[in-house]
Design a protein around this ligand. Structure first.
Ligand SMILES: Nc1ncnc2c1ncn2[C@@H]1O[C@H](COP(=O)(O)OP(=O)(O)O)[C@@H](O)[C@H]1O
Ligand SMILES: Cc1ncc(COP(=O)(O)O)c(N)n1
Length: 270
């Protein structure tokens, strides 16, 4: 039998298929990792926005994780939309209980259209209970500002915010640069040095789910045993291909192309 890498996503469902659990599972599959999920909330969502948020009970979240922990286990896991401090606490307890490593925390707070995906008072629980367990955290600029209280205008501000998050116990901090202008830089900090991942910024409105997809790709590569620095590079290449090779879905901010990275790789090998 083939030994395979496994990854778990603990996140919300996006009915429109572009973000959340849906983006994560598609990304895991593309990177040849066996994907599993624990759903925290169901969102009624499309490319125009979020029409409804329906959180699941804490018990439902706990039981899904337990079902995986008691049988299958996982090589890496990612958290996305966690919605409440109660869900955050249960997730943190179970990560500790099963001694899971390779924990990627995407601190999802607000959908691009402005809908809240994390209750405001849950930010403290995220910082206190979950961040000390994180191998990697992947905030975008507004999320990094909310977590640190630092206003981010330049790269130096991002470096300060990364240091702040590292001091909370996160092993690696990636502050993404999607929210900005000009050349796109995602910044990694491991407590000692900063690594910049640069790419061309694609002019498009179809960036729904980019954050979820990026963090899922990091998680998949960690599940396969890659070091964080390399996993972030694969994730960067994966999201660049996904944004660049646009697909037509919906009438608003469309999703990215999850199969583009594999197609590009296949072309190169031909
Ligand atoms: N226009 C774009 N062109 C290329 N890559 C992008 C673009 N927008 C975002 N990305 C990439 O997608 C990932 C998510 O970025 P960001 O928009 O900052 O986060 P979020 O989706 O969480 O708001 C990052 O790796 C970023 O480099
Ligand atoms: C269920 C769910 N989870 C996360 C996001 C954030 O998506 P993005 O990756 O565009 O920041 C979303 N819109 N919906």
């Amino acid at each position: 039998m083939n030994k395979i890498a496994k990854a778990l996503t603990i996140a919300g469902s996006d009915s429109g298929g572009g973000a959340g659990i849906l983006a994560d599972i598609k990304t895991f599959q593309e990177l040849e990792v066996f994907g599993m999920s624990a759903i925290t909330a169901i969102t009624a969502q499309n490319t125009l926005g979020v029409q409804g948020v329906y959180p699941l009970s804490v018990e439902a979240v706990q039981q899904q994780i337990k079902s995986i922990g008691e049988d299958i286990g996982t090589d890496a896991l990612k958290t996305g939309m966690l919605f409440s401090s109660e869900i955050i606490q249960v997730v943190a307890e179970q990560i500790k209980h099963y001694q899971w490593r390779n924990v990627v925390v995407d601190p999802v707070m607000i959908a691009k259209g402005g809908a809240s995906l994390l209750q405001r008072e849950a930010i403290e629980a995220l910082k206190k209970d979950l961040l000390p367990l994180a191998t990697v955290i992947t905030p975008n600029i507004p999320e990094a500002e909310l977590l640190t209280g630092i206003t981010i205008k330049r790269l130096a501000d991002r470096q300060k915010a990364a240091q702040y998050l590292w001091d909370l116990g996160v092993a690696h901090v990636v502050i993404k640069g999607g929210h900005g202008e000009g050349e796109l830089v995602d910044l990694l900090f491991d407590g000692k040095e900063f690594t910049e991942y640069r790419s061309e910024r694609i002019q498009t409105k179809n960036t729904h789910g980019t954050g979820c997809t990026f963090a899922a790709a990091v998680t998949a590569e960690l599940a396969k045993g890659r070091e964080v620095k390399e996993a972030v590079q694969v994730a960067k290449d994966f999201i660049q291909a996904a944004v660049e090779n646009q697909i037509e879905v919906g009438h608003g901010h469309g999703p990215t192309n999850h199969w583009a990275y594999r197609r590009e790789k296949m072309k190169k090998h031909r």
